[in-house]
Design a binder for this molecule. Structure first.
Ligand code: SAH
Length: 460
């Protein structure tokens, strides 16, 4: 991170603005809105800025900038048309350790202004760390359109309740749960709709009955195959509300980083000795954390109910009557096929598709190979890298043609994605040579022949 975003309290704080043209006027408006004690130094001034200063109680010093103007200032902004003066202000402010911003000259700044979505008292600040202000502005427009204008009112309403809620619910965990349910539920909706009287009634009811807040909740969330853009809105929202996140090695780091900064993250994948945390231990941990009142998200790669043991994890929760939800995710089979340009079904090539586990113990398998004969069925093998030679051999032994196309998709949807193709006859040797790294997915069937044709424009 090149810059740390912070919110400065500027009320009645001495701030210096050097320059008084149109850009300086824009900055002055912002600084005055934040209540700063603003002094503008410039030989000439726009009428607009003059009026602004008069109505907000700022001062104009009609003179050229001098170093002494910096004394006692908390913040300095240089916005003159003269590059030499701007550079001088920057150097002198820095030597006095005063944070300084020079308009349009990131190299002279010790802080920068983000783009703002203003729903005062709620403020969203967006910065591209000086790399692309236009990109930041575009993002601001999108957020602006997304956030109801009344969000500020909701923040104000919540602000006015803080001490009452603290008294009613002294414990931190249940209190956060209360806020989440209150803001995201009926009370929040009523405030946004401008019906505060009704909101107050509902609020009273909520505060009278805080029983349900002592037990936590568990969400079994499908995180998708790796690319964070492939998560659902619901997955992202729940992840951001979690107190604790349980994850394993299939969950990509950028996805984990979407969790709240102060959320506990617990790794339950393979340990250094290569042994996974036993499933029973994970199930129990979910129960224990929920009983402590925590909001727990168990992140699963892909979809929780596709080779994810999601069923086992919720069984114990159901037995303990702990509220839970399962959130579907895009399974690796779907994602790998799309990102590799291999349609899983196709009118000419495949009328059905089957997801199969290729996890073969000791080279043997209890898969019923005789049911895999159909030429018009696409097979998708999960966990099949080690068993690949056996899979290719058994499919041929049981009637699939030796020249049936096969694709292996390595690290699907991630920037390192690679697609290796061959046939049932050649694939084992090719994979030995290419040494792909987990996770990988194997797709078998005539649809794989479309990969060449459909993937050239399919760069993601
Ligand atoms: N629940 C997951 C599957 C878990 S089983 C889902 O729905 O996707 C683990 C297997 O999934 C891996 O062995 C691999 O075969 C496959 N897999 C998961 N993510 C993958 C990825 N990004 N690329 C290729 N295969 C992946």
């Amino acid at each position: 991170m090149q810059y740390l975003p912070v919110c400065l309290k500027l009320r009645n704080t001495p701030v210096l603005l050097v320059g008084a043209g149109s850009i300086a006027t824009r900055k002055a408006r912002l600084l005055l809105r934040a209540g700063s004690d603003l002094t503008v130094v410039a030989p000439e001034i726009t009428d607009e800025l003059k009026q602004l200063l008069a109505s907000h109680g700022g001062t104009w010093q009609p003179q050229v900038y001098r170093e002494t103007d910096l004394h006692g200032r908390y913040l300095v902004i240089a916005a003159t048309p003269d590059a030499a003066i701007n550079a001088q202000v920057s150097a002198q402010a820095q030597s006095l350790n005063i944070p300084v911003n020079v308009v349009d000259a990131p190299e002279l700044c010790t802080f920068i202004f983000p783009s703002i979505v203003d729903r005062d008292p709620l403020i969203v600040a967006i910065s591209s760390s000086g790399t692309s202000p236009v990109l930041a502005r575009q993002l601001r427009h999108r957020l602006d359109a997304m956030l109801p204008a009344a969000y500020g009112r909701l923040a104000e309403y919540a602000g006015g309740l803080r001490s009452r809620v603290k008294r009613a619910i002294p414990e931190e965990g249940p209190r956060r749960l209360f806020w989440e349910r209150m803001l995201g539920g009926a009370v929040g909706e009523q405030v946004l709709a401008g019906r505060e009287a009704r909101a107050n009634e509902l609020l009273d009811e909520m505060l009278e009955d805080t029983e349900g807040l002592s037990c936590g909740e568990v969400y079994l969330v499908g995180a998708g195959p790796g690319d964070p853009d492939l998560m659902t809105f619901k997955a992202a929202r729940l992840l951001q509300s979690a107190d604790v996140v349980l994850y394993d090695r299939l969950v990509a780091r950028p996805i984990l980083e979407m969790a709240r900064r102060d959320a506990d993250r617990i790794y339950v994948g393979k340990r250094r000795d290569d042994h996974a945390v036993p499933q029973g231990e994970i199930n129990q941990l979910l129960v224990d954390l929920a009983l402590e009142g925590k909001r727990v998200v168990r992140l699963k790669g892909g979809d929780p109910f596709v080779f994810g043991r999601g069923g086992e994890e919720i069984e114990l929760l159901a037995r303990h009557r702990i509220p839970f939800q399962v959130v579907p995710g895009i399974t690796a089979g779907n994602a790998a096929a799309c990102y590799a340009g291999i349609p899983l079904t196709h009118r000419d090539h495949a009328q059905s598709v089957r997801f199969v586990t290729g996890h073969l113990k000791d080279g043997s398998t209890n898969l019923d190979w005789s049911t895999f004969q159909s030429e018009s069925e696409t097979l998708v093998f999960y966990m099949g890298l080690i068993g690949l030679p056996v899979i290719c051999k058994q499919l041929q032994v049981h009637g699939r043609r030796a020249d049936t196309p096969v694709a292996l998709v390595e690290r699907a949807t991630l920037s390192e994605q690679r697609v290796i193709t061959g046939t049932l006859a050649t694939m084992a040797d090719i994979v030995t040579r290419e040494q792909p790294k987990a996770p990988t997915l194997i797709i078998v069937g005539n649809v794989v022949s479309l990969h060449e044709q459909l993937s050239w424009f399919g760069e993601h």
